[in-house]
Design a protein. Structure first.
Length: 162
């Protein structure tokens, strides 16, 4: 085999069999790394969103229960159920709870001056992934003892404490 060598240039080496150049080995690796990296990042963001949705929902439902109990304690006895329910529905509308899943339980068994009102709210929370979760919050509010009339005068409909 005769090799022709150009003047002023070193002779060429014959290509090695079984070895590729490094540029061929790295071809397409950026696309794969980019796809894997974005997938991991998006998965981490979804997990964070779900992890922070439930505590936020608990705080929101707890706030709604507290405000509903306060509204029921300030309302007249015949309007206490409506005041608690309307306040809860208003505060939770379009929020973290699913539509038509908000249940408001109002206990007026100790309603009267110096008594208490207890409101319990249950709702189903929407999540990005996974099954919905249920959140419950209860709040109790003391009714002002002077609200019922003249201080020191007892309501004849309420029995005396033993």
């Amino acid at each position: 085999m005769i090799r022709h060598v150009r003047p002023g240039h070193p002779p060429r080496r014959p290509p090695r069999v079984g070895r590729q150049r490094s540029a061929d080995v790295d071809r397409g690796s950026f696309a794969v790394e980019f796809a894997v990296g974005w997938t991991v990042l998006l998965l981490a963001l979804v997990v964070l969103a779900v992890a922070f949705t439930v505590p936020y929902a608990r705080a929101t439902v707890r706030h709604a229960a507290r405000e509903s109990a306060r509204a029921a304690a300030l309302a007249l006895p015949q309007d206490a159920y409506y005041a608690a329910d309307a306040t809860a529905q208003r505060l939770l509308a379009g929020g973290v709870c699913e539509e038509d899943s908000v249940l408001v339980f109002t206990d007026l068994s100790d309603y009267g001056p110096g008594g208490t009102v207890t409101v319990t709210i249950d709702c189903r929370v929407r999540l990005l992934i996974g099954a919905p979760r249920f959140v419950t919050a209860t709040s109790e509010e003391i009714i002002d003892r002077y609200r019922g009339g003249i201080p020191g005068r007892r309501d004849p409909a309420r029995p005396r404490p033993a």
